[in-house]
Write a protein that binds this ligand. Sequence first.
Ligand SMILES: [Fe+2]
Length: 193
Amino acid sequence: MAVVSIPDQQRELRDPEAIREFLAPFGIWYEKWDVAGRIDGDADSDTILAAYAPEIERLKRDGGFVTADVINVSPETPNLDAMLVKFSKEHTHSEDEVRFTVRGRGVFHIHPEGGPVFGVTVESGDLINVPRGTKHWFNLCDDRSIRCIRLFEDPTGWAPHYVDDPIDGNYAPLCMGPTDFAIAEKIDSPVKF
Ligand SMILES: [Fe+2]
């Protein structure tokens, strides 16, 4: 279940309805899709895409997406650190970033115009979008592993536009777990992926 944290206000949201209400004004939708019982944890990418074909087709129809793939990141991924640096610097995209987490965890930080920075920790079963043009960055959690379905409007795939004066370094890339009730705070030497 996703967790929203607002470090500058020392607030945290764990109730799915409260999370939906908080995210909606920013154009972010949050859905929960079942994973257990639909796919095995070690299913291959084609099996995952086939299992979620109805949801993927709905998002394509409603959101103008044309392709879907599965990204699989683990500590064994070649050049993992270089890949994660690309995600963890504040950036925007010219299309929505849509991610359904099949396995693993990560945290999106969103930097909205006129609003506080907030983190959305996602785990298995969570679908969120980051609307086009919205400043954000992404970090993995301590186990450095995630498996996600991604949807794209541009078939050439993921393209970041890095922002001037990024603020990602001001926020600790802390993941909020089901048993971790700590409030994310600014720390001097965050663990950067
Ligand atoms: Fe992104």
